[in-house]
Ligand binder design. Structure first.
Ligand code: C2G
Length: 148
């Protein structure tokens, strides 16, 4: 059984993510996705809209994904490859040549798949004006919301 591993935040899941996961799964027979914990996102300077548990739940519902594990730091990748007997680590092409992945070539194959153009979580946030969004503000009754 050929085992594939990929990493990501997978926030505000979109078709770019889905197309990556589909192609990653096609590289083998079993796909493991390591998603960044909320704490690791702080280190990556990424503020996810959905928390780790929600992002995990959504990824586990995708037919191409066989297992979701936490990505807690940059350093765990070599251990992940050994622990899960990974044959291929793959990432979108925006990561091509990154040392975090190139250093894994001693332990497994490393494949970069073309990134889907025209969609990104950060663009979705901008388009929906979520950049300054305060979570759950809509659930506060009108009369109680802070008047600017
Ligand atoms: N991706 C893609 N096309 C897009 C957007 C993303 O192919 N339009 C790919 C990325 O290249 C990545 C995966 O989808 O392989 C997940 O994207 P992000 O959630 O943005 O991942 P990132 O924050 O880059 O985290 O240790 C590595 C990091 O955890 C990767």
């Amino acid at each position: 059984m050929k085992r594939v591993l990929t990493y990501g935040t997978y926030d505000l899941l979109h078709y770019g993510h889905i197309r990556l996961l589909k192609r990653a799964r096609e590289l083998g027979d079993y796909l493991i996705v390591a998603i960044s914990t909320d704490e690791f996102n702080e280190i990556k300077k990424k503020k996810a809209y959905h928390d780790y548990e929600t992002r995990k739940e959504m990824l586990e519902a995708i037919r191409y994904v066989d297992l979701v594990i936490p990505e807690k730091n940059w350093e765990q990748k070599k251990n992940d490859v050994k622990t899960y007997k990974v044959d291929v680590v793959c990432m979108g092409s925006d990561w091509e040549g990154d040392e975090h992945f190139e250093s894994l070539r001693k332990h497994c194959d490393v494949v970069y798949l073309d990134r889907t153009q025209g969609v990104s979580t950060s663009q979705i946030k901008k388009d929906l004006n979520l950049v300054n969004y305060k979570k759950n503000v809509n659930q506060i009754p009108e009369e109680k919301q802070q008047k600017k």
